[in-house]
Design a protein around this ligand. Sequence first.
Ligand code: C2E
Ligand code: MG
Ligand code: MG
Ligand code: MG
Length: 277
Amino acid sequence: RAKELGRKRYVVFDETLAKGMVDVLAMEGELRQALQHDQFQPHFQPICRLGDGRIVGYEALIRWNHPQHGLLKPCEFLKVAEDSGLIEAIDWRMFELSCSLLSRHGVKDTFMTFNVSALHLRHPNFDARLIRMVEAIGLPPSRLVAEVTEGALLDDPEIVRATLDRLREVGVGAALDDFGTGYSSLSYLHSLPLRMLKIDKAFVHELDKAGNTNSTTVVAAILALAHALNIQVIAEGIETQAQRDALMAMGCEMGQGYLLGHPAPIEYWLEPHSQTA
Ligand code: C2E
Ligand code: MG
Ligand code: MG
Ligand code: MG
């Protein structure tokens, strides 16, 4: 218990804590309240075909509508949610909300990716619960793609692979997120049932800088490998037309980023927007 408190005290001084919140224990309480009072809201960021800008999917990203502090981003509270174990309940709420919104608003012919925390994937009933929820909402499972990070895979590769296999059997896809930032990526890539891979924005941001030969080489290698393994590629964090052009020239099919569209509530995407031209 003392050790646990020690850990929490450490987080007190973490800059990832939302402005105005000074105490991790207080924030845990507020996160519980947020669950009870429905203060979490998914925002949707479009994933576009790079060639013509057409929206082919959305990533659901959590936002916390805090009664005093306004709309909070994940960097302001996710660490506390993870350390306290509340992340599981929060992820389920997000998943249910995002699926319902997608289903209710009938955003047609698009897939939706959702983020799964590493803790979660290792849970023995994760896939069964997810499948039940998708069935209850009535969304075709093939429209869903779980985003997992390399960290999750490293912790428990066998369990994660089995879980992703079972999800694939019912049609739910998996995407490896932030690709290139973790470790030993290449060695396990071929053995995982992945539908997609997301190139981390750090590489994308380098593409239009002078002397970027290293990131260009890395991105080209990732694309070649993914395509050889029949994995679709999404480039994250595209902010300039030059980055988009470079990615297209290398054969990257899909992208996401402020150039193509910011995360926004689903209503925003129900009408065609010039932002995604
Ligand atoms: P991620 O999955 O890699 O999501 C992409 C992040 O990049 C999002 O940040 C998005 O808003 C941001 N982004 C999009 N386009 C651009 C761009 O052009 N430039 C830059 N600089 N950034 C861009 P966000 O929404 O703050 O989310 C941060 C991270 O929080 C996500 O990274 C994901 O790992 C995590 N996260 C988000 N929602 C959830 C959730 O519901 N559950 C869990 N467990 N994690 C979540
Ligand atoms: Mg993600
Ligand atoms: Mg992502
Ligand atoms: Mg990412």
